[in-house]
Design a protein around this ligand. Structure first.
Ligand SMILES: Cc1cc2nc3c(=O)[nH]c(=O)nc-3n(C[C@H](O)[C@H](O)[C@H](O)COP(=O)(O)OP(=O)(O)OC[C@H]3O[C@@H](n4cnc5c(N)ncnc54)[C@H](O)[C@@H]3O)c2cc1C
Length: 382
């Protein structure tokens, strides 16, 4: 179907966290079926598109300024958590879409902002592809204007779905990266075979070859190093943590259903496991929502307060990873073989969450947060 957003135009602006609620049963059924077939999120993305959720990143009144306008952090957390509970791969793509919009709205001059907004208006999904391939992405100035890219990306999520991608490229190895907005829909540039992980296959992640792409003013997003400006960079990790918490909530729902079907829900040992897992999920959600608020409040704050909010967010990332890992262990112990049944409701969610939690460079993040905590004490991070 085309990229036109019929229903949403009459009802703008949309509250994305609420707008996704009626879609959740459908998204969940679709995810469970897709886990067995060749995974494809095209139909699920169409549902979000038609409900106006992808357009929510546009400025009001067309959208809600989702992710970058003040007061939108809570709705975004709800959206990513709820979509994550239905389908973690879909949440991965929605998070990339919002992340790209945040970076463009925060750092880009008018031409690239206009180009991004026009694409989103037309229904495009956005992505952020930072991880370099074997030949890292580099840019050179062209005599006739604009820059020319060579090299490629790996782990690029949404191949075939993402219309415009924000990619990082350096002038030389080790130089601070610049962000460029590039058309991402040419299948000849996609390498689906590069994704060899057994989980999150529906994200359609893989290699993207950017060699030969020429970028003009409407593709330039900020100066070199803009990507790393806080609180937008590491401060943004709470977004994928919200998806992780959603995945944990979705896992607990499926696990509870399965125990009920096995007539084991009244067993006191099973209730103890489920209760402890639920407590972990409740605490993780509260932590993510607090991090989202702290980071949003830091947008206008002095540098030391920005660093504290970022460190707080990174500590929350660590706590969420710990909570999700414990939930996975409890679930696997509780269900035994049934947790690993490839045709059952739990296995795909379990594997997707376990992989998604690996994002990204956790040791470095924890170390950075700890350096900040060492000077202000753990209670001083917020
Ligand atoms: C589902 C999914 C979707 C993704 N989608 C995207 C996307 O759309 N765009 C994108 O850019 N990226 C994407 N990524 C990639 C992600 O951003 C990271 O690049 C990736 O997860 C890192 O992979 P890794 O675990 O092999 O990393 P590594 O860096 O090898 O980390 C593995 C472990 O080693 C540790 N480590 C790292 N460096 C060192 C070192 N020098 N010495 C000692 N220990 C070290 C890490 O802390 C970690 O504990 C995606 C990842 C996943 C899982």
């Amino acid at each position: 179907m085309g990229h036109h957003d019929r229903r949403a135009t009459d009802e703008s602006p949309v509250d994305p966290g609420a707008a996704v609620v009626p879609l959740l049963p459908l998204l969940r059924v679709r995810a469970e079926t897709a886990a067995r077939d060749l995974p494809d999120l095209g139909a699920a993305l169409d549902l979000l598109r038609e409900a106006g959720i992808l357009r929510a990143v546009l400025p009001a009144p067309e959208g809600a300024g989702l992710g970058w306008a003040p007061g939108t952090a809570h709705a975004l957390s709800d959206l990513l958590r709820r979509v994550g509970a239905a389908d973690l791969a879909l949440a991965r793509l929605v998070e990339g879409h919002v992340n790209a919009a945040v970076l463009v709205e925060t750092h880009a001059a008018r031409p690239a902002r206009d180009a991004m907004r026009a694409a989103v208006r037309d229904g495009a999904l956005l992505g952020v592809w930072g991880a370099d391939g074997a030949a890292p992405l580099e840019w050179v100035d062209r005599a006739e204007g604009g820059v020319r890219l060579t090299g490629g990306k790996r782990f690029a999520s949404g191949l075939g779905h993402v219309g415009l991608a924000l990619v990082t490229a350096c002038a030389a190895p080790g130089a601070p990266p610049r962000l460029f907005l590039v058309p991402a829909d040419d299948p000849a540039r996609h390498d689906h075979d590069a994704w060899t992980a057994s989980a999150m296959r529906a994200t359609r992640s893989g290699g993207f070859d950017a060699t030969g792409l020429v970028v003009g003013d409407d593709g330039v997003v900020g100066p070199a190093g803009a990507l790393m400006v806080e609180p937008w960079f590491e401060g943004g990790v709470w977004r994928y943590c919200a998806a992780h918490v959603g995945g944990a909530e979705g896992l607990i729902e499926r696990w509870t259903d399965l125990l009920r079907r096995m007539d084991r829900l009244d067993d006191p040992v099973q209730r103890d496991r489920l209760g402890r897992a639920t407590a972990e999920a409740v605490a993780a959600r509260a932590a993510v929502e607090a991090a989202a608020e702290a980071v949003a409040a830091a947008a206008e704050a002095p540098p030391d307060a920005v660093e504290r909010a970022v460190a707080h967010g990174l500590m929350v990332r660590e706590a969420v990873e710990g909570a999700c890992t414990r939930i996975l262990t409890l679930c696997e112990r509780s269900l035994g073989m049934a947790a690993h049944d490839g045709r059952g409701p739990v296995d795909a969610m379990r594997r997707d969450l376990s992989l998604f939690l690996r994002q990204a460079a956790p040791d470095a993040k924890l170390d950075r947060a700890l350096r900040c905590a060492e000077t202000v004490g753990p209670g001083g991070l917020r």
